[in-house]
Ligand binder design. Structure first.
Ligand SMILES: Cc1cc2nc3c(=O)[nH]c(=O)nc-3n(C[C@H](O)[C@H](O)[C@H](O)COP(=O)(O)OP(=O)(O)OC[C@H]3O[C@@H](n4cnc5c(N)ncnc54)[C@H](O)[C@@H]3O)c2cc1C
Length: 695
């Protein structure tokens, strides 16, 4: 049994009467169900904690009490008015389908956010019921210029920035093909939208509902600003409609009760009274999946079609010439161009990232690309039958669907993907493998609904479990680290991890892939995240922030949900005990070292059986293969224990072949290869990289 201190507040009618630090946890089980708290002990322990820091151990019991070791838990991700918002604070809640008005009286403004598509977009269809439809997208300056709170990384790195630009461009094309237009502006949504609403006499504002704090805060700011602007202009009030467009299973069809969603709202179909009572949302995925699949009335709604012609764009806007720059995207800067900031400093310039030829996939944003990918991957390449077997590969354009990049920005509707999988199964038969894609899409839903329920705990260090993640001084008990560089600080460890220079080849290869392409496979993400948290003991939120900057498919719910899961503070029943041994993973997934050598070409001649363990490269070997540790490749920052089992290394002839090759050729040029030094890289190096000391 283990008694740990953490903040406890005694409240009466909203007033905090006392603050103290206490609780009980069992250290041997990360499982929340086995965790116990005895609040009755609060007072005596609080008294003790106020006076002294205690740590006692008797009869197998450990008792620890004291003031918190670190800075107080930062509660929120944003300063100023954006603090403390959660889904519960939403000024506008999603409308059940049955209650959506059949007709909207007057002009509707459709504010596009992470729903950049015309297919299966219920918000767009609702907006289309207005007498005129004005479609708007705002490049939110707050996101594009901001830095992350802990690490100071750009919130949107170059890969995602460019990808979003492509998505918006494609949306504009789709809308034009449907007789409409997209009004695009760079600024703050709460400034742009009220201005447009008053100028065009907008009566209805329609948007897709988001669930996380910043997104909800932005929504609320827009709603308030529109109300104020219309009141100031003596215009009729605007009606607000939030529509649920992002998940596979619509919230109305969930067999679970989600606070703030189901409270008192009528279902869109069937009779609520005849439904089995909704259970609370399970805290683990298996419960969620089984519940959803078993629910008698569970179904995924068929995707909605966009009419060929959308309601006309307000004519007076075109005639008056006010919208002469509608559809203008932020300037694109090809990487060959010399950037001249000058007067345009405040303007959003989006740099086209260097297309690294090693990228597993040619990522391009937009609805058309998304639909093409579904068609190609499911139907042309016929990948569904083998998806389950190959989805854990570290590399490969088709080993996984790559739908996430489209889903994250709403270029693809999950219901459309689902319908295509079902159609495939009807024609070719269902299999475990085809089902697995739906299984994975349910993970995405699970993280979204969990984020909605958990609120800002998603972003907090101790997460939803309110548990202590490992620290550098007390790294995870399952860690394979047997030796650390003596002067390794958490900040240095973090920097090496971000740069892909930890000296652990598999970690470095994955981190370089991420940085150069904006993507890395699910398995790589799990391995590098586990390494950062469980082996280096760095605050997991810094890793999540780095991923947020880098990932093209960044989605707050999936990213922070997965990170807290790997860190053992999320909704993983194995909690702190889930661990990805980097060497074991390397032997299992890259035994021949092809993935590593692709991203670390200077290691080309290292024999596969030594590749993953640089501490075994003696001087003779380094000389032979032309790699000097500390010069051509960094010294490993940690040394790892070998896993119990190691698969057979590649056959000897392969090694003999390498020997023969080296004999014939001069050692390769170990300068950083030319394609590594790209304008994008230089740009990344200019980032104000000042990670704060996490511990
Ligand atoms: C530390 C970490 C951070 C992550 N951050 C993100 C993120 O910001 N955005 C994101 O979409 N995914 C994230 N994932 C989940 C997963 O890695 C990606 O969804 C997946 O790699 C995307 O590639 P794909 O579309 O080819 O996946 P596929 O294997 O083809 O999966 C199909 C779809 O299922 C969903 N999915 C699959 N696995 C997961 C998962 N673990 N969690 C949630 N949804 C899943 C995705 O929507 C994906 O497109 C993260 C995973 C980890 C371990």
């Amino acid at each position: 049994m283990f008694l740990r201190a953490w903040p406890v507040q005694t409240r009466l009618g909203g007033r905090v009467l006392s603050r103290s630090w206490c609780s009980f946890t069992s250290p041997t089980v990360g499982d929340r169900s086995q965790r116990r708290r005895w609040w009755g002990w609060r007072r005596p322990v609080a008294l003790a904690a106020r006076r002294l820091s205690v740590r006692m151990e008797f009869d197998g019991l450990q008792l620890e009490a004291g003031f918190p070791r670190n800075e107080p838990e930062p509660e929120f991700r944003h300063e100023g008015e954006f603090v403390s918002t959660t889904y519960a604070d939403s000024l506008v809640k999603p409308v059940p389908r049955a209650q959506m008005p059949a007709q909207l009286d007057g002009t509707a403004l459709m504010w596009f956010r992470n729903d950049l598509r015309v297919h299966d977009n219920e918000a767009l269809l609702l907006g289309n019921r207005g007498t005129a439809l004005l479609c708007v997208y705002v490049f939110d300056e707050r996101q594009f210029y901001a830095k992350s709170r802990l690490g100071g990384y750009p919130r949107i790195g170059p890969h995602r920035a460019y990808y979003i630009r492509e998505c918006v461009e494609a949306l504009r094309d789709s809308l034009r093909a449907h007789n409409n237009e997209l009004y695009i502006e760079v600024g703050l949504p709460e400034e742009v939208i009220p201005r447009l609403a008053t100028r065009y006499g907008v009566r209805h504002l329609v948007f897709s509902k988001e669930v996380t704090c910043e997104e909800v805060a932005t929504e609320n700011a827009v709603v308030r600003a529109v109300q104020q602007a219309t009141a100031a202009a003596n215009a009729p009030p605007v009606q607000f409609h939030a529509v649920w467009t992002s998940t596979l299973v619509h919230w109305e069809d969930l067999p679970f009760h989600v606070p703030n969603l189901h409270g008192g709202q009528a279902p869109s179909h069937g009779d609520e009274a005849q439904r089995p009572a909704r259970r609370p949302l399970p805290s683990v995925f298996t419960g969620f999946r089984k519940g959803v699949e078993a629910a008698a009335d569970w179904h995924v709604r068929p995707p909605l079609k966009c009419p060929e012609r959308l309601t006309l764009f307000p004519l007076e806007a075109i005639e008056g010439g006010v919208m002469d720059w509608a559809g203008q995207l932020p300037p694109e800067y090809p990487n060959e161009a010399v950037r001249e900031w000058g007067d345009t400093q405040r303007k959003l310039l989006i740099e086209r990232p260097y297309p690294d030829p090693r990228s597993c996939f040619d990522f391009h944003g937009g609805e058309e690309q998304a639909l093409k990918r579904v068609e190609q991957w499911i139907w042309v390449k016929d990948m569904l039958p083998m998806y389950k077997q190959v989805r854990d590969d570290l590399d490969g354009g088709d080993s996984s669907s790559k739908f996430a990049t489209f889903l994250a920005h709403g270029c693809l509707s999950p219901r459309y993907a689902y319908a295509e999988v079902r159609r495939y199964e009807q024609q070719n038969g269902a299999s475990q493998s085809s089902y697995w894609l739906l299984f994975e899409l349910l993970w995405r839903d699970f993280f979204r609904y969990t984020a909605l329920v958990q609120g800002n705990r998603l972003f907090q260090k101790r997460g939803m479990q309110f548990a202590d993640p490992p620290t550098s001084s007390a790294a995870s008990s399952s860690s394979a680290v047997i030796e650390r560089q003596p002067d390794l600080t958490p900040a240095a460890a973090l920097k090496a991890w971000c740069d892909g220079s930890t000296g652990i080849p598999l970690i470095d290869a994955a981190m370089r892939e991420l940085r150069l392409t904006g993507y890395t496979s699910n398995r790589s993400r799990q391995i590098v995240a586990s390494f950062l948290v469980k082996d280096l003991g760095v605050d997991w939120r810094l890793g999540a922030e780095w991923f947020e900057a880098q990932l093209i498919d960044y989605d707050p719910c999936s990213n922070w949900g997965n990170w807290s899961y790997v860190a053992g503070v999320g909704n993983d029943p194995r909690g702190a005990y889930r661990y990805f041994h980097p060497l074991k993973q390397a032997y299992e997934h890259d035994n021949e070292g092809l993935f590593v050598k692709g991203w670390l070409p200077q290691l080309l001649w290292i024999y596969p059986q030594y590749l993953h363990t640089p501490w075994n490269w003696d001087e003779a070997m380094q000389k032979r293969v032309g790699v000097t540790l500390g010069k051509d490749y960094p010294h490993p920052i940690v040394r790892l224990r070998e896993p119990a089992h190691r698969p057979k290394p590649p056959d000897t002839p392969y090694l003999e072949q390498i020997d023969a090759d080296i004999g014939e050729q001069p050692p390769i040029d170990l300068e950083v290869p030319a394609h590594w030094v790209t304008p994008m890289n230089e740009h990344l190096r200019k980032w104000d990289f000042k990670p704060s000391e996490p511990e």
